[in-house]
Ligand binder design. Structure first.
Ligand SMILES: [Zn+2]
Length: 322
């Protein structure tokens, strides 16, 4: 999960994208942008196979290369023009299955960033529970033991959502897990979680992950252990997250993780110290700051997020204008 908020001016962007595409100026413009600022790393979260294929195909004639190769070129100051890496965050089972299937058919290198505790335990992450609980909770005041939680209006629900997200993006888990846990227990007791589609998304299974990792196109890299904002970790906790997630991935795949994806990915979640630790343990760290590789610090690489709502034209425009 990331701090990528829905972009403003979505309709304007779609119109501009369509106009550029119709006039066929996007390709030469993109070539100029790439010569100036190099290739890029795409960031996907949950989307279906067809939309994923459409968005990646839209970027031709640019070609996908392994993240490892893109980063190595970037660090060696070799050209990355016309190249991009495909990355997918969070390890949600349905997403990993669907996108790796497309990637294997199309022979596209793809990197999945895994939060290892989610994979190991199957316990959903806080933001996955937040989404589910807000989807199933009725518009009512919820009598939690720590005090009433007023979810009776859309505005109050949005405020609760924003409050928990802000805590998750900037604070240790102890600042938001207890309240979410209480709401989760209440929801279970009240029967809100009974029925289909009322469980948070399951992670990719370890056996599946091991099988997928045998394909050279597919690599698994670290998204930490607990998906905690790294700015909220002590130096010792951060070293533990970086080191034990890398080691766990090595146990699964036979290959230690070489790249780190910052949970939530915005500057407010990363802070100033974590990139130094990432640089000591990893070849690169990727963020949700938007942009091309340019001359950027390998421990703070920008990415270009693409979402299920994006069209092929919008994907081209995003890659063109970042
Ligand atoms: Zn994430």
């Amino acid at each position: 999960m990331t701090s990528g908020a829905p972009p403003r001016g979505l309709r304007t962007r779609a119109l501009v994208a369509r106009a550029l595409s119709i006039t066929r100026v996007d390709r030469p413009l993109r070539a100029i942008a790439e010569r100036l600022a190099g290739g890029c790393v795409l960031a996907f979260h949950d989307l279906d196979a067809d939309r994923f294929r459409i968005l990646v195909e839209a970027l031709a004639p640019s070609v996908p290369v392994p993240l490892d190769e893109l980063v190595a070129r970037h660090k060696a100051k070799r050209s990355t023009a016309g190249l991009f890496a495909i990355t997918v965050d969070d390890g949600v089972g349905d997403t990993v299955r669907a996108l790796s299937d497309v990637a294997l058919r199309m022979r596209w290198p793809i990197t999945f960033f895994l939060p290892t505790a989610y994979i190991d335990t199957g316990d959903a992450m806080a933001f996955q529970w937040l989404d589910l609980l807000l989807a199933v909770a009725p518009h009512a005041i919820v009598p939690l033991s720590s005090g009433p939680l007023d979810l009776s209006t859309d505005a109050l629900r949005a405020r609760f959502d924003a409050r928990i997200r802000h805590l998750a993006y900037t604070q240790p888990m102890r600042e938001y897990q207890p309240l979410l846990g209480e709401l989760r227990e209440y929801a279970a007791a009240a029967g809100w979680l009974a029925g289909q589609s009322r469980t948070p998304p399951s992670p990719i299974g370890v056996g599946e992950l091991i099988a997928l990792g045998r394909h050279p196109e597919i690599t698994f890299e670290s998204h930490g252990v607990t998906h905690t904002a790294v700015c909220a970790l002590s130096p010792a906790e951060l070293d533990e997250e970086l080191g034990s997630s890398r080691a766990r991935i090595a146990e699964w795949t036979g290959r230690a993780a070489r790249h780190f994806c910052y949970p939530f990915g915005g500057p407010e979640s990363i802070g100033t110290q974590a990139p130094l630790a990432v640089a000591r343990q990893y070849e690169s760290g990727v963020t949700m700051s938007r942009g091309r590789l340019g001359g950027r610090d390998p421990a703070l690489l920008p990415r270009i997020p693409l979402y299920p709502r994006d069209t092929a034209d919008v994907a081209r425009l995003k890659v063109l204008t970042r």
